[in-house]
Design a protein around this ligand. Sequence first.
Ligand code: CA
Length: 203
Amino acid sequence: MKILTLVGLFVLLTTSPTIKCTPRQFKPPPIPHYFPVPVAGSNSGFGSNLGLLALALIVFSVLLVPTPKCPNGYTLYSDKCGRFCYRLHFRICKSWADARATCKAEGTDLMVPDTCSYPFFQGIAPQTGATCTDYWIGAFRTPPSTGYMTLKGSPIPDNFKFWGAGQPSRLTQACVQMADELGYAMNDDNCGELAGYICQKFI
Ligand SMILES: [Ca+2]
């Protein structure tokens, strides 16, 4: 029995096909094209990608720069006249000085009249349910000086186009408001009078 087993094993080994091992050819995987591959006959490779990279950086930097925000209760205005936040206070009437103090407490100041944005404020001045009909703005004089100026120190001539008819009347009046009865044109009045007020902040 053992002899038959040995004979069978011999036959099996001598008749089996030979398995030849050949070294596996190493083929490196393709390199991903993270970087531009110059194209023959073209100069649009690396340079154009640098341009795209710069554009991407600009876009990201713009997205990352925080947009200035207006204080609570304020509205953003932006056009050829500039970019500013504003708020009309028309329910609690105050003197010119108290009105300005409130604007400052809100991080702003009284609205400075200028030829560009004044018509905009005239347009939004009428407010439904307003307790105060006039609005203090950022213009005044310091008696005995008769010359009016803005909070920025710019003089306001008497022929400034947004003075109401017959204004400024001066006398004891030294603070400027947008007067309801004058179509919200400018009127000087006594600084202690109670009125609404407009706060503004350029951003
Ligand atoms: Ca007046």
